[in-house]
Design a protein around this ligand. Structure first.
Ligand SMILES: [Zn+2]
Length: 425
């Protein structure tokens, strides 16, 4: 693969020994850095760990873990580890449970974000001067600005479309020859529907970078075929510094490379918090090694994944690869003793010819007993019975299926809500 596929060839293809050496040196430094913050210091002291107790990388298991709760308890800037005058920008995720999670950035943090994100752009095949259309919102949500900082670092021609106005998005893509399309997964589908309705060809579009929601293989196939693009799974979250900070898959599409010179990834058993063997599913836990304003230490992402490989990839990169996130611990649904994730429902639905990728999972509860009803859009000829029969075969239980005409289920901007609860008496 040619050198232009890399933004930072030395870092991206460094030997594993070199990566581990960087990680240890940076982990020791970051532990001393967060020690300046009272909330972090308290967590360390409760765990009986001092700022100089990291001697080897394995010592990370002695450090306290942080979860979303501490962000909420210290809102707005109680976790910040630098003087507030050094903050250059902030982003925030609303979350579903109330108090938002705030992420402040120093100028160096913005550079770090831009670099991680630009590596992703380059890994997807974007070259300087390529037109990139950014469709996540520019605002408190980190998506729009994350793509923006990365596209600046990667030297791209930026069309900062932001979210919504889908007809205009299609027109912009045509008029400016968008090659690289960045979006929240469900918005990719919305864009495809509108493009089809308008009957416009987009021959310049080659690359789609999708994030913020889990992505079933079937949905990816539809986006890839419908828009005639190569689709990439980008990864990152507010707490790690935003979209693209953690990494993305490469053109080998054999797992998501995690930028190990910037982040230390552990996959832990969600109950015991002990590391699971490579290949086993667990909760991804992330330590930021190079961030200043608010580096996380062993942050429990809530995302379930597994380590696929630590070997050098076909693309030449040495950074470990994880499986695309299969679900979130909080999203796991349990109905009549069967565990499942919304993503499995999506995968099963889209295997039925004529079914469209707009659906709702409704959990109906009556006298404490839960049932699942699926609302899904489909073309004429698909019946509720066909949906029920297929889901019964693929998921170990029998949801009810209701079929709706194309375009009749509600659409949302941004992340799509898929699961709804209804209590019946
Ligand atoms: Zn690779």
């Amino acid at each position: 693969m040619e050198a232009s596929q890399y933004l930072n060839p030395q870092e991206e293809t460094a030997s594993v020994d070199q990566l581990r050496a960087w990680q240890l040196e940076r982990l020791q430094k970051i532990v001393r850095h967060v020690w300046r913050n009272a909330a972090f210091r308290k967590l360390f002291e409760e765990q009986g760990v001092g700022p100089d107790d990291v001697k080897t990388l394995e010592d990370i298991t002695k450090l306290p873990m942080v979860s979303k709760d501490i962000f909420r308890q210290t809102y707005p800037l109680g976790l910040c580890c630098v003087d507030e005058r050094e903050i250059a920008e902030m982003h925030m995720s609303s979350g579903s449970t109330g108090t938002p999670v705030v992420m402040p950035y120093t100028r160096n943090d913005l550079t770090q974000w831009g670099e991680c994100m630009a590596r992703c752009y380059r890994m997807a095949g974007a070259q300087p001067g390529d037109v990139t259309q950014i469709t996540p919102t520019f605002g408190l949500f980190n998506g729009g600005f994350g793509f923006y900082h990365g596209a600046r670092t990667a030297g791209l021609f930026i069309v900062p479309a932001s979210s919504g106005h889908t007809q205009r998005q299609v027109t912009l893509a045509k008029d400016f020859g968008t090659k690289v399309f960045g979006a929240v997964v469900s918005y990719g589908i919305r864009f495809l529907e509108e493009r089809n309705a308008m009957g416009i060809e987009l021959p310049a579009m080659k690359i789609g970078i999708f994030g913020a929601e889990t992505f079933s293989d079937e949905l990816k196939k539809r986006l890839t075929a419908g828009l005639e693009i190569e689709a990439f799974d980008i990864y990152g979250m507010t707490e790690t510094g935003g979209v693209g900070t953690l990494g993305q898959d490469c053109s080998a599409h054999n797992g998501i490379h995690v930028w190990e010179d910037h982040y230390l990834a552990e996959v832990l058993d969600p109950m015991t918090h002990k590391p699971v063997a490579d290949g086993q599913v667990g909760e991804l836990t992330i330590t930021s090694l190079t961030r200043e304003a608010l580096p996380v230490i062993r942050f429990r992402t809530g995302d379930l994944t597994r380590i696929l490989s630590r070997e050098r990839c076909a693309c030449g990169r040495t950074h470990l690869r994880i499986a695309p996130v299969t679900g979130r611990i909080d999203d796991m649904l349990i109905v009549k003793g069967v565990n499942f994730f919304p993503r499995q429902v999506e995968q099963a639905l889209l295997e039925i010819p004529g079914v469209l990728p707009n659906y709702q999972i409704i959990i109906e509860e009556r006298d404490g007993v839960k049932d699942v009803r699926i609302h899904v859009e489909a073309e004429a000829g698909v019946t509720g019975y066909m949906v029920e029969k297929h889901l019964k075969e693929r998921l170990q239980f029998s949801p009810k299926g209701d079929v709706f005409a194309p375009g009749t289920l509600p659409r949302q901007e941004g992340k799509a809500q898929r699961v709804f609860y209804e209590k019946k008496d």
